[in-house]
Design a protein. Structure first.
Length: 132
């Protein structure tokens, strides 16, 4: 069952929209429970969705909010039931009234599941060296 570019675009839009509005439940529903994560701010790979969600919930409890997120410069590569999305990400943050913007580059691995749904298997986020 091959994943389509339209399915990747839809899954990415759903993920970015939920992230942009700090909607925890909707955001984490985009990830497979065994998804892995590599983030420039973390000391090691996060091995599960639950590990990332625990960190995320800590950020939210400390007062961090994502106020917007823009995805640009997208490239989608289809490989059967798996697709790679690379893009540039501009995220506006509100950390207890302190506003900032993060410029990052991201790779997301999406897969089409047996039931026809699409989920994220891996996310790798790095600083954009041209912006930071």
């Amino acid at each position: 069952m091959e994943i389509t570019e339209a399915e990747v675009i839809e899954a990415a839009a759903k993920m970015v929209e939920a992230f942009s509005n700090s909607r925890t439940e909707d955001y984490f529903a985009c990830f497979d429970e065994h998804a892995t994560f590599l983030f420039h701010g973390e000391g090691s790979r996060l091995e599960t969705r639950a590990a990332y969600q625990s960190i995320w919930e800590g950020w939210m409890e400390e007062g961090l909010r994502i106020t917007s997120c823009k995805s640009t410069n997208r490239r989608i590569q289809i490989h059967g039931a798996v697709a790679l999305l690379t893009h540039d990400v501009e995220t506006d943050l509100d950390d207890k009234g302190s506003l900032s913007t993060a410029f990052e580059r991201e790779t997301i691995v999406f897969a089409k599941n047996q039931d026809g749904t699409v989920s994220c298997l891996h996310e790798h986020l790095s600083l954009d060296p041209t912006q930071n």
